[in-house]
Design a protein around this ligand. Structure first.
Ligand code: PLP
Length: 480
């Protein structure tokens, strides 16, 4: 019998129970798993080689396979010692929000295909506007993540500079090359965006940073003025509200002043850090991001939603529409003052109902719970920094000002430090990241994990010291 693609109500209930049971068990035992799995390569080879199935399986079989095959061969992002990237352990509500969003399968391109989702996306975006004091008439859209948010904004910046010719001529018309400015510490999605948009890497100026990894505004000014003299067209500055390695916040007020005076588009990449604004403690440092023309922020970072959920806010909603609005005859777009057709505000046509998990995250927990979680993570990072500063065998490469800690083992070469990191991961102690700070290789812990404790930090520091001592026994490990 050909299996029906729809489930009857009883099967749906069974599947729901299996999902709830899995989530509860995983929550209870994830702490005891090894953060990085011992990969069963034979099992994964079997997955890669499996012929297309002719017949279906039961939901019990599928869940069993998920537990036996997928989970043990997955990296446990939710493990308390998973600290390598800006990748949080998701909050509790998102798995359910994702399931419900799939069930309704709203297409968040036209409001007629998603009226409630449309109201929710508008509300979420306007909450973000309020957090950064963007004016109420500003625009915004939920994206898949920070890279897409940056790309979405940079296209608007480019088109605003090119004016009417943006759509008809693009960059094919002979004009002085457009130049974009960002810091040496900015995320590479800025480079990627510049390449995709035809700006080209030769026209991305990476401005040097100060000792705390913040863009040097004096050098930015010099570079912009020199470029103008040399016949280029400076069009956009990308500041960071949380650089990817250290979480440094560029001098956003100074950048906003300069961009205002020089009529440059200011985009702030707050994919990593901007939503830490939910904390009263962090807010004053991030508030100047509200002066930007556009701002990226990632709910799948400090809102702890599951992947994917990014967002971009744009001060001038009409500028967004100028870049993205195409109204073809095969879409019936019925304008209504209460709704927005998001297809006109971003590059995608079909769009999933990501706004539900963002909305539910904020409504399930409230801002205060977020403030508490964020403060706790910042405190953990500060605690690790303090621990490192009193350990003569370790060196803190940059003061801890956000939730990232960059540490290096003294007397060990870069290769020796890399070995310590590799051992830490392969021992199953902790998954830390790698980074380059001021030209030095370092181990990087980014505290985004809701389960991490001070005891975990103590353990990780002790293990780094132990591995350093072992590494020092090898003659090649010494710093030259
Ligand atoms: C500063 C910054 N910008 C952009 C990104 C890219 O975000 P996403 O991975 O959501 O595309 C990241 C990712 O960590 C980041 O830290």
């Amino acid at each position: 019998m050909v299996k029906k693609l729809l489930f009857d109500p009883e099967t749906l209930r069974r599947a729901g129970r299996l999902l709830g049971e899995f989530l509860a068990t995983y929550e209870a035992d994830v702490t005891h798993r090894s953060v990085f799995p011992t990969i069963d390569r034979d099992a994964l080879r079997m997955i890669r080689r499996e012929p297309l199935p002719e017949e279906g399986r039961t939901i019990e079989e599928l869940f069993q396979e998920f537990r036996d095959l997928i989970v043990p061969n997955s990296t446990h992002v939710a493990h308390p010692c998973f600290l390598p990237y800006v990748l949080p352990s998701p909050n509790g509500i998102c798995a359910f929000a994702e399931a419900l969003a799939s069930a309704l399968n709203q297409n968040c391109n036209l409001w007629t295909l998603s009226p409630a989702a449309n109201a929710i996306e508008q509300r979420v975006i306007s909450w973000f506007h309020e957090l950064f004091s963007f004016p109420p008439e500003s625009g915004g859209i939920i994206t898949s993540g920070g890279s897409m948010a940056n790309l979405t904004a940079l296209a608007i910046a480019r088109d605003t500079c090119l004016g009417d010719a943006a759509r008809t001529e693009g960059l094919q018309r002979k004009t002085a090359p457009l130049v974009l400015y960002t810091s040496q510490e900015a995320h590479n999605s800025v480079d990627k965006g510049a390449v995709i948009l035809g700006i080209g890497l030769n026209h991305v100026r990476r401005i040097p940073c100060d000792s705390r990894c913040r863009m040097r505004v004096d050098l930015l000014k010099e570079t912009v003025f020199r470029d103008r003299r040399d016949g280029f067209t400076p069009f956009c500055v990308v500041g960071s509200a949380g650089t990817v390695t250290t979480g440094a916040i560029d001098p956003l007020d100074d950048l906003a002043d300069f961009c205002g005076e020089e009529r440059l588009w200011l985009h702030v990449d707050g994919a990593y850090g901007a939503l830490a604004v939910l904390s009263d403690r962090v807010r004053p440092h991030l508030a100047p991001a509200g002066r930007a023309d556009s701002l990226s922020l990632d709910p799948h970072k400090f809102l702890f939603t599951s992947l994917e959920a990014g967002c971009v806010l744009v001060r001038d909603a009409e500028a967004m529409r100028s870049t993205y609005s195409f109204v073809p005859s095969y879409l019936s777009m019925v304008s209504d003052p209460d709704f927005l057709d998001y297809a006109e505000y971003g590059p995608q046509l079909s769009r999933s109902f990501k706004a539900l998990k963002v909305w539910w995250s904020l409504r399930a927990y409230g801002r205060k719970a977020y403030a508490e979680a964020i403060d706790r993570l910042f405190d953990l990072a500060a605690y690790m920094g303090e621990r490192i500063e009193v350990e003569p065998e370790l060196e803190l490469l940059v003061p801890v000002t956000f939730n990232a800690v960059c540490v290096r083992c003294r007397k060990l070469s870069d290769a020796g430090n890399a070995n310590v990191l590799a051992r830490l991961v392969s021992d199953g102690t902790a998954f830390l990241g790698r980074a380059q700070v001021k030209g030095w290789f370092c181990l990087r812990a980014c505290f985004m994990n809701l389960r991490t404790t001070r005891e975990d930090v103590d353990h990780i520091v002790e293990q780094i010291i132990r591995l350093r001592r072992e590494e020092l026994k090898s003659p090649e490990a010494f710093e030259k």
